[in-house]
Structures are given as structure tokens and as C-alpha cells.
Design a protein around this ligand. Structure first.
Ligand SMILES: Cc1ncc(COP(=O)(O)O)c(C=O)c1O
Length: 431
């Protein structure tokens, strides 16, 4: 090749939620077993069935000619109207402030990539890896973060946010994921209000990833950005991947708030729209379907039945892991994930299912890796369970994230048993 095809810092491009799968697939083959995939937040892959009424709407809409056409670059007008009236707030947002994307993944990348290289977005740690990776790739160095505190229900460290924003003029935006992936926390209103106040004080804009806004457990109140943003410029991110659930639709949107309050922010938003125009529009079919599914009389019941199941799973997992002395755990208040912190985690090994697995694991473990990556590989090779190491979410803490999605009660309990046994064996003598 005439030139190097790799960008400088290309090693920053990471997505551990799927990277562990590559290793998992190899281990499956070597051990002749089927892995339990606890790595990805996809309800359908985890066994949830799609109700016939949803399939019927998709079939009927797909059969209409309109589903074959482009939409407006911002998105289908009826979908945007529905979003504005049901999920957003006409006090801070208009129909033209809603932009549809091919999944939030695309929106995340566009939002970060269209900022100047020298600006930074402060992201949480742990975080959903797409945000951290997009931040790092855009800046060409490691992402910049604030800690979520496991000793305080994974709430954001407000003092750290304020200090980082105050002393680093490059920071132009603060990212909040609420309800949170990976921790399952749902932040207190006062916490969020304080973050809005910091953004206002230091002239930053806010990015709230609210893709799990429907997913809170019984009695837990969720505060949305549009309820507290006041006159600060901001972006809320939402989508249909988790709550319909239809992750394969690749359909998400952003709601832009208060863009008229800051000329510079408005010009930046114009860039996002132009970038979308360059691609013409996002996929039409899921946008056409969106209002019909959300307003269907059976939608609410479907959602609450799913959330109830996740809450039961959270309860069972919390009770189970609380008995293991080497772990720290916070009970999720929403979403369908659980983070299990592994305290003072050593490098160790488990009893691999086959000799070929042992050989591969030994080879992998010769490379430098964080302790919790080694634990995850060993868990796959011994018990056939794939979880995502907590350090893969941009955390300095060791642990893992599993999902609460498993549809089969017995398989879920058995998965907990196997993970629990592995933790005890992994710590071995130190236990
Ligand atoms: C917090 C968060 N944001 C964004 C996404 C991406 O969603 P989408 O399927 O719309 O790309 C996910 C997916 O897991 C997520 O957990």
C-alpha cells in the first residue's frame, strides 16, 4: 500500500460487548458446547418472543408503498410528531428538533464526530462503550470521564464532574446515561438537576442517553432531561431497540432542546442535519411503524410484563450475589443489566472444559489484559457463560455485566449458580 491505511490511535476503536463473542465462538467450537450469551442487551436473542400483533403491524406496514420511499432527512413527519407529543416537550423542542438515525449507535457517532477535535465530551465510567469509543476516536486519545460511585448506588460523582468541567476548557458537553447501562441505576432528580446546573454554570451542553426511559422498576421515578433542562442547550437520545423491543430495526432519534439559546450550538446541530442529508434519510419502515406500535392498546401491558420479569431477575440475582463475600453489588432500579464488582480480583484460572480450550486460554492470557478480562475468558472456557468484563465499559474497576434478559427461569437460576461457583473457585485459596 502506498500509505498506511490505519489512522493514528486506531487501537482506540473498541466494542468489548461484541469482541468477547469472537473468543466465545472459538471456545464453543473447541469445547463442543453452546455458550450462554449474557453479553448483549438484545431481548429477542435472549428468547423473548415478538407478539403477533407487532408482527402484524410490521407486515401490514411493509406491504404499503409508503414504506418503500425515502423520508424527510429529519425523519418521517408522523413519527416525529408522535415523539414530540409523547416523549418530548414542546416547551423546549419543536418537530424540526427531532432527527431520526439508523439506531442510536449512528447518532452517537455523528454527535461526537462532528465536534471539533480539540473539544471533549465528559462521559461516565463505567459507560456504554459506544460513547467512550466515539469520544476517544474523535479526540484521538483516551476518553475523558467522571466516575459513577458503586458506594452510592452508582450515582455520578458530582464534585468530579464540576472540577473536570471547571479546569478543562475543552469540555463542551456532559454525557449522562439515565436509566443507566451498565449499572441499572436510575438517578435521583436532585443529582440530575445538579448536573444541569453545572452545565449552565460552565456554558456546556448536555447529552442525555435516555434509551431506557421506559424501563424503571416498580415505584422508581425517572426524571427526563426535558423536565429539568430549563434554558440549557441539550440533546436527548431515545430509540425503539429496547422498549418495543426491536434492536434489529436500527431506529433511534435525538431530541434537540433549546437550540435557539446558543448560536454556536445551533450551527453545530445544523452540521448534524447536513450529515444526515448527505445520507438522504434513515430507514423508513421502523419510523412508519413507530406511532402504531406505541399507541397500540396492548403496548403498555407488554412493556410492564417485561419490566416485571427483569425486576424479578434483578431480585433473584441480587439475593444470590449478596451472599458471595468477594463481590460488591447494587440492586438495579431499572433496565435489564446487573453489574457484579469483583473485589481484589487476582489473576487465576478455572477448570477448562477441554484441553484445546486450555491451550487457547493460555495463549490469550499471555497477552497483557485486565484481571476481569481473564476472569471472563475463564468463565467462558469452564462454564460456557459469556459476560462482559466491567473494564470493557471503560471502568478501572474489576467485575462484569450480565443481563437480566434470560427468558427461561431455570436457565437463569442455573447461570447464577455457575457464575457463583466460578467466582468462589477463581479466588481459590484467597477466599
Ligand atoms: C445506553 C445505550 N445507548 C445506546 C444504545 C444503542 O442503541 P441502538 O440499538 O439504537 O443503536 C444502547 C444499546 O445497547 C445502549 O445501551
Amino acid at each position: 500500500m502506498r500509505q498506511n491505511l490505519l489512522r493514528a490511535n486506531s487501537d482506540l476503536l473498541r466494542y468489548p460487548i461484541r469482541e468477547v463473542v469472537e473468543i466465545g465462538k472459538q471456545l464453543e467450537k473447541l469445547g463442543h458446547f453452546s455458550m450462554i450469551w449474557e453479553n448483549i442487551g438484545d431481548p429477542i436473542t435472549a428468547g423473548e418472543s415478538v407478539p403477533d400483533w407487532i408482527k402484524g403491524i410490521v407486515n401490514d406496514t411493509a406491504a404499503s408503498s409508503a414504506a418503500f420511499a425515502y423520508t424527510d432527512s429529519r425523519g418521517d413527519i408522523k413519527a416525529r410528531k408522535y415523539v414530540l407529543e409523547h416523549f418530548s416537550n414542546e416547551k423546549v423542542c419543536t418537530i424540526d428538533d427531532i432527527l431520526f438515525f439508523n439506531g442510536l449507535g449512528e447518532a452517537i457517532n455523528k454527535i461526537l464526530n462532528h465536534l471539533p477535535k480539540e473539544t471533549r465530551v465528559l462521559v461516565p465510567s463505567p459507560t456504554y462503550p459506544s460513547h467512550a469509543t466515539a469520544e476517544a476516536m474523535h479526540a484521538g486519545c483516551n476518553f475523558i470521564s467522571y466516575q459513577l460511585d458503586p458506594e452510592n448506588n452508582w450515582e455520578p460523582n458530582l464534585e468530579e464532574i464540576e472540577n473536570k468541567v471547571r479546569y478543562n476548557e475543552q469540555i463542551v458537553a456532559i454525557l449522562v446515561i439515565n436509566p443507566n447501562n451498565p449499572t441499572g441505576s436510575v438517578y435521583r432528580k436532585e443529582t440530575l438537576e445538579k448536573i444541569v446546573a453545572i452545565a449552565k454554570k460552565y456554558d456546556c451542553f448536555l447529552i442525555f442517553d435516555e434509551i431506557y426511559h421506559h424501563m424503571t422498576f416498580e415505584g422508581v421515578e425517572n426524571t427526563l432531561l426535558h423536565e429539568i433542562i430549563g434554558d440549557v442547550p441539550g440533546i436527548s437520545m431515545k430509540g425503539i431497540s429496547k422498549d418495543i423491543p426491536w434492536p434489529g430495526s436500527r431506529c433511534g432519534w435525538i431530541e434537540i432542546y433549546n437550540s435557539e439559546n446558543d448560536q454556536n450550538f445551533r450551527d453545530y446541530i445544523k452540521m448534524l442535519l447536513l450529515a444526515k442529508m448527505l445520507e438522504v434519510c434513515s430507514t423508513t419502515l421502523p419510523q412508519k411503524i413507530l406511532p402504531t406500535i406505541y399507541s397500540h392498546p396492548k403496548f403498555e401491558a407488554l412493556l410492564s410484563q417485561r419490566i416485571k420479569k427483569y425486576e424479578q431477575r434483578a431480585e433473584e440475582a441480587y439475593t444470590f450475589f449478596s451472599k458471595i463475600p468477594q463481590v460488591r453489588i447494587n440492586k438495579p432500579r431499572g433496565v435489564f443489566y446487573l453489574v457484579v464488582e469483583l473485589l481484589d480480583l487476582p489473576y487465576s484460572q478455572l477448570d477448562a472444559k477441554t484441553k484445546s480450550i486450555r491451550i487457547l486460554l493460555n495463549k490469550l492470557e499471555k497477552q497483557t489484559m485486565q484481571e476481569d478480562f481473564q476472569f471472563s475468558y475463564e468463565l467462558m472456557g469452564s462454564e460456557g457463560i459469556c459476560v462482559v468484563p466491567l473494564s470493557g465499559f471503560g471502568s478501572h474497576l474489576n467485575g462484569f455485566r450480565m443481563t437480566l434478559l434470560q427468558n427461561d427461569d431455570a436457565v437463569f437460576s442455573e447461570t447464577l449458580e455457575k457464575i457463583g461457583r466460578s467466582i468462589t473457585n477463581y479466588y481459590g485459596e484467597q477466599a
